[in-house]
Write a protein that binds this ligand. Structure first.
Ligand code: SAH
Length: 454
């Protein structure tokens, strides 16, 4: 029998916000029917206006706020909230950190895995932290424009201040936009798959201040490339690398796989915990360098590494974890699926004069099974997978290798809790607290470190 919703669109009623969803919406209930309300904080009394109803839940907006939670960031500029780049910015920073801790605890509860979740480690200044921007370029009113897509929308919102990005990167984006305008370069037209520049990517070294500019183009040819390069170099002296990345596909994937160095180096350098890293345009590199140091330090301390340890670093990227732990252990073996990242990782081992690390190209799922079959017996396995988490095969292979410890660095609590439950089913237990670390202040993303022992 199809349930009938107890509310209708445009209905208004008074309610108290009872919860906050993982994506930062307040929850109110009408009878038992949940309605998700943007910019509503638990404890607040509001008048809700229903904007949409499905058979199991609805959406609403705040028509009037009747009381204000102490967790509300009352100082926040309305522009920040409307921008969509900072979906948790209506909460004070301490409330954001508590929210992230609770979210991790909630997903473990759902999996019936008993753990203690430590308070989230936060940043001193939780703004302007991102070292990388990928900004869509579209035409608005006949002009090449840079901005931001709100979630679920495909209309570009022009924007110059991105709040959570390194302000030097925000400045650079505007400068590059103006240079592209000057030479009448066509912005990408998604509907007709025409135009030239799709995305401007900028990365800036946190310590080195070296800047890389990547112009992602639909067309193979970038008109006026020489002039554009000269103007960028003149206006932005931190730039050491200008790259054209060609992406001819009709796709939401930002980068293509062809890179042309238009000027300068093919990678920038930066440091993390005293090690130097070359970072190419296609390689993953953590976006919040200050907190990445905290993350790696926390993971290293929790792992209680010994000089005799043989370590696997699965999902190794450009080798940042491998190289920061290499001095504390006997050897590290990394695996990573992006060929350019593996090249960067090998180069990074050379740059740092580290000779007890090795990187292999492949899928972690396959390599781990292969290594288990070959009888490899690591003492510690680091796992740092993308949001979708691990596969059963990878977990089986990890268990077969019988490491004393598994250090799981997660950017998605839901898949973390699911995977930890699978490890527990095979005799591993969470050792100590699960430690959330706020890599992404003002946003809904949650990073954490968990150590499992046999
Ligand atoms: N440990 C690194 C990278 C973590 S991000 C760091 O802290 O910087 C996750 C990495 O996993 C990315 O580099 C991504 O390219 C890689 N990756 C994604 N799927 C993979 C797979 N199936 N096998 C191996 N690596 C994969």
């Amino acid at each position: 029998m199809k349930k009938k919703a107890p509310v209708t669109k445009n209905q208004e009623f008074e309610a108290t916000v009872v919860d906050l969803t993982y994506d930062g919406n307040g929850v109110v209930k009408y009878d038992d029917f949940p309605i998700f309300v943007t910019n509503a904080v638990p404890g607040e009394k509001i008048i809700v206006g229903v904007t949409k109803v499905t058979s199991n839940y609805g959406f609403g907006r705040v028509v009037k706020r009747l009381s204000e939670s102490p967790d509300r960031n009352a100082d926040i500029d309305a522009k920040v909230l409307q921008s969509g780049v900072a979906p948790l910015a209506h909460l004070t920073y301490p409330a954001q950190l508590k929210h992230k801790q609770k979210q991790v605890a909630d997903v473990f509860n759902k999996q019936h895995v008993a753990v203690d979740v430590a308070p989230t480690i936060g940043m001193e200044n939780p703004w302007g932290y991102r070292n990388k921007a990928q900004i869509p370029v579209r035409e608005i009113n006949g002009e090449l424009t840079t901005g931001f897509y709100r979630r679920g929308s495909h209309r570009l919102q022009p924007m110059e201040d991105f709040y959570i990005q390194d302000p030097k990167i925000d400045e650079a984006i505007v400068v590059i936009r103006d240079i592209l305008r000057k030479y009448h370069v066509a912005a990408y037209d998604e509907v007709n798959h025409k135009g030239v520049v799709r995305t401007i990517m900028v990365r800036r070294g946190y310590y080195s201040h070296q800047m890389m500019v990547v112009l992602v183009t639909r067309a193979k040819r970038l008109p006026a490339a020489e002039y554009i390069v000269n103007d960028i170099r003149e206006a932005l002296p931190e730039v050491v690398s200008i790259i054209q990345n060609v992406n001819q596909e009709k796709t939401n994937v930002i980068m293509g796989d062809q890179n042309k160095v238009l000027w300068g180096q093919k990678a920038i350098k930066d440091t993390l915990l005293g090690k130097t890293f070359a970072i190419g345009p296609n390689s993953f590199y953590q976006v919040n360098p200050a907190m990445t140091e905290v993350l790696y330090q926390t993971a290293t301390e929790k792992a209680e590494l010994k000089p005799t340890d043989v370590v696997i670093d699965a999902y190794s990227g450009i080798g940042t974890i491998s190289l920061t732990i290499a001095d504390h252990v006997k050897s590290v073996l990394g695996v990573e699926v992006v060929p350019e990242a593996v090249d960067d990782a090998k180069r990074n081992a050379d740059i740092n004069g580290t000779d007890n690390v090795r990187f292999e190209l492949g899928k972690a799922e396959d390599k781990m099974v292969q290594w288990a079959d070959e009888g490899l017996k690591p003492d510690v396995i680091f796992l740092d997978p993308p949001r979708k988490g691990l596969t059963q095969e990878l977990i089986d292979a990890a268990v077969k290798m019988a490491p004393e410890k598994v250090v799981y660095i997660s950017c998605n609590p839901a898949t973390l809790a699911r995977d930890v439950a699978l490890f527990e089913a095979q005799g591993y237990r969470v050792n100590g607290d699960v430690q959330p670390i706020d890599q992404f202040p003002q946003t809904t993303h949650v990073e954490s470190v968990t150590v499992l022992t046999k």
